[in-house]
Design a protein around this ligand. Sequence first.
Ligand code: SAM
Length: 219
Amino acid sequence: MGQFEIFKEYEADRWFERNKEALKPKEDVIVWLLGLYGLLNKDSKVLEVGASNGYRLAKLYEKYGCTCVAVEPSQKAVKDGMDKFPFIKFHQVAAEEMGFGEEFDLVIVNGVLSWIDRKNLFKVVDNIDKALKRGGYLLIGDFQLPFFVKNPYHHIQDEAYTYKQPYKNMFLSSGSYLELASICYNHDTKDFENIDLGNLFCVSLLRKQSLYLLQDKVL
Ligand SMILES: C[S@@+](CC[C@H](N)C(=O)[O-])C[C@H]1O[C@@H](n2cnc3c(N)ncnc32)[C@H](O)[C@@H]1O
């Protein structure tokens, strides 16, 4: 079984079972950063990819009354979310399988890209980009090391990996995204001062906008 199948068939459910007690609406760095930039209101349409039971979307709905859509492959997480947060529209699919078209003002993808099967990474980046309106915002939270590291996924030794790398650069180097903010911290300790590079976790806020200048205006 490949990494995509492992997560889709059982590991997404297992992750939910291991973590479900903590998956309750709360303030976190992402919710705080979105508030700081004043990005959301009741007319905003928000997609979270790998949303688990939708606990973060539920917090955003509570604060802004925005339209919330969740993509999540775990059947157990989706069932829990549909029971607890009926105002969220759930799609029980993987990021590789979603097919939205430039309809969201904000896409959140937190702690998910490091799990994606490498053969699907461009596909997932493309699906995220296609889901987002021009002028919309992308929030990527992940182990965004300035280099490339893979680690055996300790819950399924030797069969799957987590990948740490500068994910925001995949969007920034396209010329279609502007970086507005990045907040980095040690994922394990939540410490800003003593950042252990292996656990460097960054929440990055990008805006989808063209960065191209006409050559005759530059030269
Ligand atoms: C580390 S958890 C993060 C959950 C949530 N985004 C958060 O910030 O707490 C990773 C989530 O991604 C989901 N996931 C795993 N593979 C995925 C895929 N291919 N597409 C979308 N979501 C996936 C998992 O089921 C899980 O809910």
